[in-house]
Design a protein around this ligand. Sequence first.
Ligand code: SAH
Length: 395
Amino acid sequence: MASAVFLKPGRDKSLLRRHPWVFSNAVARAEGDPRAGDTVDLVNADGRRLGRGAWSPLSQIAVRAWTFDPDEKVDEGFFRERLDRAFELRRAEGLWDPTGACRLVNAESDGLPGVVVDRYAGFVVCQFLSTGAEAWKETIARAIAETIECEGIYERSDAEVRKKEGLEKTVGVLRGVEPPDLVEIREGAYRFLADVREGHKTGFYLDQRDNRLALGDYAAGAETLNCFSYTGAFGVVALASGAARVTNVDSSGPALAVARRHTEINGLDPERIENVEADVFDLLRTYRDSRREFDLIVLDPPKFAESRAQIDRAARGYKDINLLAFKLLRPGGTLFTFSCSGQVSPDLFQKIVAGAALDAGRDARIVRRLAQSGDHPVATSFPEGLYLKGLVCKV
Ligand code: SAH
């Protein structure tokens, strides 16, 4: 007999809409003494079974549903089927490239809460971010090893969210060999290097793939400022697409060191790329005061809002950098501006950018709306899955 989690009256609505999270304040009681990560039946106040999920006693999200079919077995076969379904989606998106990089499993949105699987050419990098994901780690690694030809499977379960689940950070080889310091990947005509062991996320910003390509359309002849550049991937595309000059700005020295290698391996002229280690907030002010101008500016800051309480502060941050960027643009120039804070809705983000243009005294129009790439799908029942949004504005 499986353990069961009983919901309070009226607290079954989100599960009925196939949203996978059950918050701890919706739980009336747990029966059968489940341990963290165990599969429990989800039962509403009328005694109706609504699905099955992973128990996480320390988290505010007490259960993450694996399935909304109360009779579906959660076993090795279940994970194989879910993984295959996720892989099939990437094949259909044309992203199944053994030399490329791609998110193969996007957690909740692929029906596998807490499980992230990214491919970097010959290496697969996994994150197990919830108690349920942790409990099935071996099963998932085995299934990946049997499905994907790769040199190694590496675990990067070092994200802060593990703490909320009562899990320690864990990194290391799960299968095969340790990845090299930098793994080379292909993205269309470009070559990039991902630091899968120490780099941000699992090594590279895969979610910006489509938006990097879009930048190329605006780069011809453009003096380009790439803010929050990380390893300068946007800068590579801009320069390869005919930008006159590119200035990458990031506060991370190691990221900029990789940016320099990117210039090299893509055969770009190092004279036309400058890598500046600085705080973007400060540097934009310096450029404003010295009346520097650009034709193309990218703003891709880190997540400013981690929780709802931080939305106002985040909004001020976005307003600040967008206002300064609008001031630095030459007439006819283009701003690529992003927010990866899930808490900031596309609507709010557009309002902030509009306010920034107004206060900068610029007449701006949105010509494109951008989002995360197709290998970061958003399940329709899980709108939280949409976090990255971008606007292309012309002034
Ligand atoms: N545009 C990048 C991803 C950017 S992620 C890409 O496409 O690959 C955000 C980056 O902002 C990180 O590299 C981080 O080091 C940098 N960063 C964070 N705060 C910063 C600040 N105040 N000034 C400059 N860089 C900052």
